[in-house]
Design a protein around this ligand. Structure first.
Ligand code: GLN
Length: 546
């Protein structure tokens, strides 16, 4: 079967949840037994998302092969339960870089190198490469940004050309906002009409419209959209606001989107199998017993900065049928006013989040001290693990002024230091320890009880590590190193054996959590939170040292 390509463009506004719509379309097609994958196009000039501030673009999603990519790849992985390689995130930076390098090598044989055809050919090559390598039935290609953006034009031009070259294999879906006017409660279609006009100006006639609206569209509104966009009325769908993103595939399926797409692409119409997904959504709703999970970090004002962690919590909560109440805790506030740390008394569990640099660090350390001393269930992720080590060094091992050299290069006790492989690297882009690494878990530890195995693979994104010079003293004082990199002597997990639940990871478990396969570490944390709240003994008490 030849691969089919579905381009998803966005209109009127960014931030409409186009990534979730793309992942949802993928889900309902995959539910029909088709092999589906997805690509994200980001028209910015960065090579990847790695050097971008999470305040602007949200989380950097790390792929198994070490790509630092757009967070939409996280939605694809979670909805489709796949692992996408890094070349599924195409940026203008990568495209231009390749073209210019090729020009310098003289590969264009005297031609004038131009946007069309050279840049557009490179874009098409990168999309078709996914089809060639992975042979999926369907590739979804989400074009980032909004139709009408200058920087997105070469990508739309490449998409237009692909339709011309393979008319029966390419489909265009346009997702655009249909707002409700607050004064009259009326759904307004004009902005959507304009965005379709903009698409048609560059030669693309959408096949399907998905209106993003606060409520389902009525028949007359859909008729109006159909008339003005030249799309049949049965190809106008609504993705209305829902209380959980995981319902989006179900509401699109209900309206017949899956059937419409397969018919339009000339594929065999099959019955979708979404039973597991429906059951998962129901278990998300079933959770009534609330637990307060405090998320402590410095980017907490933009919740998308930690989207995979939030989703991982939801997956685990669905499994345990509890309701996580996520409370954001800005550690800079604790830094300014240390007494604020007592707020963590309301926490059933605390996560100290990944991060970089000095801002908010003392607040994080203070939060860790508080949860350690007050037996509050704790999970530290990456920087969270490193700072838990610093806290332990300072306050338990009595190493005054202990720190990470990332923040204090002159600390008398550099318990966290740059890893040997990162020492001589000067550039920042794509140079961290990235992606999958094999890890061995120490038998008899809480980590071992959580995973139920001694060999795991997890994703990484860091430059620093627990300094081997301090292994001995920290261990003597009671810190347990419960997992190690399999190839180098690097600490991957720490835990405290005499605490209710105190576990931290150098890796990022959140990237491997899936709705139907929640990550064991998040399940363990939530289980501890629930038990603690209900005055039960720690679920790990059989492992804990008495
Ligand atoms: N800044 C730390 C490091 O580079 C932690 C990184 C992280 O939390 N992702 O090692």
């Amino acid at each position: 079967m030849t691969t089919k390509y579905i381009f998803i463009t966005g209109g009127v506004l960014s931030g409409l949840g186009k990534g979730i719509t793309t992942a949802s379309i993928g889900k309902i097609l995959q539910a029909r037994g088709y092999h589906v994958t997805a690509i994200k196009i980001d028209p910015y000039l960065n090579m990847d998302a790695g050097t971008m501030n999470p305040f602007q673009h949200g989380e950097v999603f790390v792929t198994f092969d070490g790509g630092e990519t757009d967070l939409d790849l996280g939605h694809y992985e979670r909805f489709l339960d796949v692992e996408v390689p890094k070349y599924h995130n195409i940026t203008s930076g990568q495209v231009y870089y390749t073209v210019i390098r090729r020009e310098r090598k003289g590969k264009y044989l005297g031609q004038t190198v131009q946007l069309i055809p050279h840049v557009t050919e490179e874009i098409k090559r990168r999309i078709i490469l996914v089809a060639k390598r992975e042979k999926p039935d369907i590739i979804l290609i989400e074009v980032g940004g909004t139709v009408g953006d200058y920087e997105g034009l070469p990508f739309l031009e490449a998409a237009r050309q692909m339709k011309l070259e393979m008319p029966s294999d390419v489909l265009f879906v346009h997702v655009a906002l249909v707002p409700v006017l607050s004064t009259t409660g009326e759904l307004k279609t004009k902005p959507l009409q304009h965005s379709v006009a903009e698409l048609r100006r560059v030669g693309i006639q959408p096949d399907i419209i998905i209106a993003r609206a606060p409520k389902p569209l009525d028949e007359s509104t859909r008729r109006k959209i159909s008339l003005f966009t030249n799309v049949p009325i049965n190809a106008v769908f609504t993705s209305h606001d829902v209380d959980t993103i995981y319902k989006v595939p179900l509401i699109l399926e209900e309206q017949g989107l899956g059937r419409y797409i397969v018919t339009k692409l000339g594929l065999e119409p099959r019955e979708p199998r979404l039973d597991d997904w429906v059951a998962f959504v129901r278990s998300l709703e079933d959770g009534k017993d609330e637990v307060n999970i405090y998320m402590c970090g410095k980017y907490v004002k933009l919740h998308d900065s930690y989207i995979s962690i939030v989703e991982a919590i939801k997956h685990a909560a669905a499994k345990l049928r509890i309701k996580p109440n996520i409370i954001w805790c800005d550690t800079e506030e604790i830094e300014k006013e240390p007494s604020k740390v007592t707020e963590l008394n309301n926490a059933d569990a605390v996560i100290v989040l990944p991060g970089f640099g000095a801002r908010g660090v003392e607040g994080k350390i203070e939060a860790i001290r508080y949860v350690r001393e007050n037996n509050i269930p704790f999970l530290g992720i990456c920087y969270g693990m490193q700072l838990a080590t610093v806290e332990f060094a300072r306050n338990v091992a009595n190493l005054k002024g202990a720190h990470t050299t990332e923040v204090d290069p002159n600390t008398p006790y550099p318990v966290i230091d740059i890893t040997p492989e990162e020492k001589d690297i000067k550039e920042l882009g794509g140079t961290m320890i990235l992606g999958n690494r094999r890890i061995n878990i120490v038998k008899g530890t809480i980590a071992h009880a959580i995973y139920g195995t001694t060999e795991i693979v997890e994703r990484h994104r860091h430059r620093y590590e627990v300094n081997p010079k301090f292994f001995k003293i920290l261990t003597e004082k009671g810190l347990v190193f419960s997992a190690w990199r399999s190839d180098v002597p690097r600490v991957e997990m720490i835990e405290l054996p005499n605490h209710y639940f105190f576990v931290a990871t150098q890796f990022h478990p959140e990237f491997r959590s899936r709705p139907l396969r929640p990550h064991p570490i998040f399940v363990a944390l939530l289980n501890a939170a629930y038990s603690k709240k209900h005055g039960l003994p720690s679920p790990w008490s059989h492992v804990l040292v008495k």
